[in-house]
Each structure stands twice: as structure tokens, then as C-alpha cells.
Design a protein around this ligand. Structure first.
Ligand code: 13P
Ligand code: SF4
Length: 353
């Protein structure tokens, strides 16, 4: 990265001292991650943001929903900054509040809303988290989806879960971790009347999966897994649970980004891996572990384009603005949404484990 920009970022951070705390998601660019005070997956970063009450400014190098969660979990005088406001998440955008409220009305008409517990993946907007808070539900991340679903099923007799917005994480958790069948899961398509489902299908389902997906992880295919197994002897396939069910079924190990990192760190020298997650992280793991063979589970370049919006020029601009006393790109969740979303986030943070 540009040495002049590196020097400016370093100087701005030094000038701000303890007033600023920089969080970096594992999918961020190297040029940005070098300035993170802490790195993590979305669960770890939510906890880390909440554990920094002395920092006046939280600069979040990640995407919009993560910065919103940091704002919800930090004190009212702390200000959260997202260096580029265009760093959204296409999956989070797939569930809008009005659509989810329509679905809830349809569940009520089908006579099942009373038994439904909504659970939203962290990768959702603050108003979807608030919806879950209002309706007795919780947030989960890829690190704790199984525990969160167990919690949800324990909330009511004959409980059903409405899982938002990632159908793949929901299906992979229900079927591969909780022993349900594919027939226990139905997919609610917000673009179709009644989600494309009959009332009978809604009554029979145990998990109602929202039809959302990650545009990055959704690209990994089972055919490439087969191909890599043929070309790399002894390769182990390690994937994120946002991947399609057919890919996860063929993998050796599945887990959040934090799990992927720990697995590679603990792997013996000389072992071979093909990893199905965002490319910045896979490249960083390959560079950090030259004694292990680390391949990417796709033949095309596969960065998360919105994670990549946060680059060094944007980070320098955000930090230097803070030095000058100007808070740019503040992410501020409205107070009513914040209270309800915090209920759902707190239920997650209180889960065992
Ligand atoms: P985790 O950080 O929970 O592994 O999620 C991956 C992701 O896609 C974040 O946007
Ligand atoms: Fe959203 Fe997928 Fe990018 Fe994560 S990797 S921010 S889920 S689009």
C-alpha cells in the first residue's frame, strides 16, 4: 500500500491515542487490517465494541450492519464511524422491514404466528434486529447459530423458527447441527404472494427460512469441491456455513471465520486445505502459513465487493477528520430501534458458550 498513506494513518492514530478504537473484520483488505486494534468475526467484534467504553470513537472497518450493531452495543456518547457509507451487505439488503412485517401478518393469518420465534443472523439491518427483539426473538452469528436455534426452540411449546435473512446458514444449522430434515425447512420468498407457500406448508414447517443469501459464499459449487479433491491429494475442505447446503455437505469442516482461522492455525505443517470463504482472509491465511498448502475454493476472484469498499484512503480520511474534530460517516441507529434491537442482541450475548 501507498507508504505516504500508511504514514498518515499511523500519525492520525497516534494523535488520537485511546480516543479511537479501530475494529477490523477478517474480510477487510490487508492495507486496512494493519491498522485494526482488534480483528474478528462479527460475533467477536460485537463483543469487543461493547467492551471499549473509554473509546470516544469506534472506527468500524467492516460493513454497515456491523457498525449499526456496534452503535447499539456502545454507550450514547461513543460515536461509531464507517469509513465508506457504501460498504453495505447484499444479504442484509435482502430482508427489509416491510417485507418481514408482511410475512409476519401472513403467518398470523395461517394461524402459526403465536408459535414462531424469529431469529435473525447478525447480517441484517438494525430494524430487523428490532423486529426480533419486539417479537421475543434473538440475533445469532455464524459462531452461535446452533445455540441460538436451540434457545429459540425452547421458548415455546411446538416452536417454529423464522430464520432471517440467510437461508443457507439457517438450513445448514437446522439440518447438519440439529438433526432436522430438509423437509422440516421451507423457504419464504418475499417476492411471491404468501412467500410462495401454502398455509399447510407453513403449519407443517419447523424452520421457515428467509430467501436470502450471501453473494460471495453462494458462489462456491459442489463441482469445484469434487475437482479439488481429485487434483490435490489429501485436501481438506473448510467452508463457511453461508455456503450452499450441497457444498457444506461435501466439506470436511464448517464454521465461522474465527473457526476457519483457528483450524488453520492448529493444522499440521504440510497439510492441504481448500477454503470456502472471502478471498482477503484466504490470502492472508496462505501468507501467514507458508508451511501449509492453502487453496481457494473457487477458480474466479471472489472478494466481497462491499467489504473492499473500506480501503486505506477512506480509513485515512475518517481518522484525519477525527483528528480535526469532525466526525464523518457516523452510524447512528434511532433510539427506539436501538432499544428493541439491543434486546435481541443481548439475548444472543447471554446465550451459553
Ligand atoms: P462471520 O463474521 O460471522 O464469520 O460472517 C461472515 C460474513 O459474511 C460477514 O459478513
Ligand atoms: Fe454480506 Fe456476504 Fe459480504 Fe458478508 S461476505 S458482507 S454476508 S455480502
Amino acid at each position: 500500500s501507498d507508504p505516504a498513506l500508511v504514514a498518515r494513518a499511523r500519525a492520525a492514530k497516534e494523535a488520537l491515542g485511546d480516543k479511537v478504537f479501530v475494529l477490523g473484520h477478517h474480510y477487510q483488505r490487508d492495507e486496512v487490517i494493519q491498522f485494526a486494534d482488534v480483528t474478528g468475526d462479527s460475533f467477536k467484534l460485537a463483543r469487543d465494541a461493547a467492551a471499549r467504553p473509554e473509546a470516544e470513537y469506534i472506527v468500524f472497518c467492516g460493513v454497515h450492519f456491523m457498525a449499526e450493531s456496534a452503535d447499539i452495543l456502545t454507550g450514547p456518547e461513543q460515536q461509531v464511524v464507517l469509513p465508506d457509507l457504501a460498504a453495505g451487505c447484499s444479504m442484509a439488503d435482502m430482508a427489509r422491514l416491510a417485507q418481514v412485517e408482511d410475512a409476519w401478518d401472513a403467518l398470523a393469518e395461517a394461524g402459526v404466528a403465536d408459535s414462531v420465534v424469529p431469529v435473525t443472523y447478525m447480517n441484517s439491518s438494525a430494524d430487523i434486529k428490532a423486529f426480533c427483539g419486539r417479537h421475543g426473538g434473538a440475533v445469532c452469528t455464524s459462531s452461535n447459530a446452533e445455540v441460538a436455534l436451540e434457545w429459540a426452540f425452547g421458548q415455546k411449546p411446538d416452536a417454529k423458527v423464522l430464520f432471517l435473512p440467510d437461508q443457507h446458514l439457517g438450513r445448514n444449522t437446522a439440518v447438519l447441527k440439529m438433526g432436522m430434515t430438509l423437509d422440516d425447512c421451507v423457504v419464504w420468498d418475499p417476492r411471491r404472494p404468501n412467500g410462495g407457500l401454502t398455509d399447510e406448508e407453513l403449519r407443517d414447517a419447523r424452520v421457515i427460512l428467509w430467501k436470502g443469501h450471501c453473494s460471495v459464499h453462494g458462489r462456491f459449487s459442489p463441482a469445484v469441491v469434487d475437482e479439488l479433491r481429485e487434483t490435490i491429494p489429501g485436501v481438506q475442505i473448510l467452508v463457511h456455513p453461508e455456503c450452499q447446503h450441497e457444498v457444506v455437505l461435501k466439506a470436511d469442516l464448517v464454521g465461522s471465520t474465527e473457526f476457519i482461522i483457528k483450524t488453520i492455525e492448529a493444522a499440521p505443517s504440510g497439510s492441504s486445505w481448500a477454503i470456502g470463504t472471502e478471498l482477503n482472509l484466504v490470502k492472508r491465511l496462505a501468507a501467514a502459513h507458508p508451511d501449509k498448502h492453502i487453496a481457494f475454493l473457487d477458480k474466479t476472484v471472489c472478494y466481497c465487493s462491499t467489504m473492499n469498499r473500506i480501503d486505506l484512503p477512506h480509513l485515512v480520511w475518517a481518522l484525519e477528520s477525527l483528528v480535526d474534530g469532525t466526525v464523518v460517516n457516523r452510524i447512528e441507529v434511532d433510539p427506539e430501534t436501538e432499544v428493541q434491537a439491543k434486546v435481541a442482541l443481548q439475548r444472543m450475548l447471554d446465550l451459553p458458550g
